[in-house]
Design a protein around this ligand. Sequence first.
Ligand code: CTP
Ligand code: MG
Length: 379
Amino acid sequence: MKTGVIIVAAGRGERAGGDLPKQYREIGGEAVLARTVEAFQSALPEASICVVINPADQDRFDALGLGAQSVFGGATRSASVKAGLDQLSALNPDTVLIHDAARPFVSDALIGRVVTALEAGPAALPALGMTDALFTARDHNMTGPLNRDEVFAAQTPQGFHFQQLLAAYDRLGPQAMHDDAGVAQMAGLTVRVVEGDPDNFKITRPEDFEKAETMLRQTDPIFVTGQGYDVHRLEPAESMWLCGVEIEAGLGLVGHSDADAGLHALTDAVLGAAGAGDIGQHFPPSDPRWSGASSDQFLLHALALLREAGGDLVHADITVICERPKIGPHRTAMRRRVAELLGLPEARVNIKATTTEKLGFTGRGEGLAAQAVATARMS
Ligand code: CTP
Ligand code: MG
């Protein structure tokens, strides 16, 4: 089974305005056309992709370095599709999918639905049904109701058995049609309608670029994780600070600041997510300002750095490693305090503890260790 893909990109994008034709403008830092071509390269890695371009855009197309062949289009969309079909004839694929360059949000699932429908018939068209009541109107006057169940909005990619579409286009001649399913249907082919996707909209007007940017922010979240580790020596004392809570258990932690190993590990984890080095760089133990300092401020500083780096902390997980003190009785208070410091709901903070079966420095009670993982959503 050979599949060809034609991506029509020869239009001028008059309605979208701007300095460049819409398919060469960037959304989320990448050209619309590059996103569209990459969507097909990833969904159908074996397919031959032909991009139909405007002769005036040759340099712009080459600059994208897409690894797809190109051919010059014509004055109408139909003429551009025809040029793509002629180009693919040499390969004579079994099926062809035809897609608008201006629909970069085409999903694998949608492409899959069209491909599957072509196993059962010669033509397939993704479309959206209507939810509003529909009517016809002329000169601002309603002329009649329209049956919503029989009306659909066409999307692309539209799929066809290659030779049958070629024959349909030959029969069409120079006439221009809105889409290829229309050409196939006029030629008497059965066109199967499959479920479209509201995200697969066509960038058409200036405000569609804002919509596209907003969608990308929603659909392409990047999550990063940072991890941290800290150890402090244990000694007899009235109390210690651990995970932002004072624990009176006859033990203390030795350190320059308040030696809260839990918050130090978490601070390092947050700095890790922010790509901002480690706690020692920001709060050197040699600096007298941090003598006896509450570790709260280290953590809040790390959070501010994360925010500056475009990060939004979404989850924190701390593991305390020691034989004593027992963490269980303090777990709830620690969780509440850490959540409060991070500005997170308690459900997004976890505190856990383990012993090391009396092995090693933690097992002998010489020191207490803590590990932390911080997860952040980057914008
Ligand atoms: N197209 C094409 N050749 C043409 C006209 C359109 O290849 N002569 C392509 C466009 O590049 C686009 C797709 O067909 O990817 C759908 O067309 P449309 O959204 O109308 O794009 P434009 O024609 O570029 O935009 P406008 O009508 O606003 O000028
Ligand atoms: Mg157009």
